[in-house]
Ligand binder design. Sequence first.
Ligand code: P6P
Length: 332
Amino acid sequence: MIVTVQQHILQDQKRFPGASGEFSWLLSGITLATKMVQARVRRAGLSDILGDAGDINVQGEVQQKLDVYANEALMHCLSARTSIGVLASEENEKPVIMGHRSKEANYAVVFDPLDGSSNIDVNVSVGTTFSIMRRPEGVGCDEPEKWLLQPGSKQIAAGYVCYGSSTILVYSVGNGVHGFTLDPSVGAYLLSHPNIRMPQQGKYYSVNEAYRDGFPPGYNEFIDRLRLGALGQRYASRYIGSMVADFHRTLLKGGVFLYPPTAEHPKGKLRMLYEANPIAYLVEQAGGVATDGRRRVLDLQPTAIHQRTPLIMGSTVEMAEFQRCVPHENSL
Ligand code: P6P
């Protein structure tokens, strides 16, 4: 049976009795923007013919860098939703307060419009990540930070789009994780991965081993135990260098992904609000575990919109071994 993402969202939104369709209307803004982005990502290799960023292309349009285009597509499609009061993006230093300042604006959306965009030049998968929070009680439009600086456990929805060999949207509104593959012939996201569960154990670990000299104590022991078969099998290494692609594989196949503290990024490289939090939300919804190396990611209290965090996430078996090698404040 063919189920579009719109039908699925409508079925899901029944979980938000007060939503009265505003929530599904909000999510449709994201799906529309990502369809626009994927059309450009698919043509990225033609930029020499169509002109690089800053050039005027054959249609007389100013060519934009893809991440700028993706940011503008999301900003444009989401600002048309009066249910949204605040938008924040990896591409914008400050949050954007919606001009309508509508009293019904109950949601904030924070996103990375095109994560891993440096990989586009070599035709590697890239992604869009998003996180949706509800406006805290009593907070007005003039305090946008308060809408955003909430622990990841306050997210009411999160997801990503992976622009890979196909374009797949994966999201959760708190009742499981569902994947939708774009059918370009009709321009619709169709349900292809209902109720995704992360396998309890995988066979890959995913980390940039070039930085291992700077990992904190316990990390290299953990990786070596996986490599040498301490969990009943010798793991293989898979590292794409595009978080959404590395996460998507881990979600479907199991295993573990790590971006630890490194010498260059002692607080981690990935962004808390729009990379780690949505990913950690999906991980837990799919039955996995996500920590910053000491605490559950979703418990972290952000203090700045673009702050970074270490991120270690994956299947329960590997993550239990990780916590044996790297002590946590409490076991997850
Ligand atoms: P490194 C891409 O630039 C990114 O932000 C993530 O998508 C990816 O997981 C990470 O950086 C890769 O970083 O240091 O391994 O190249």
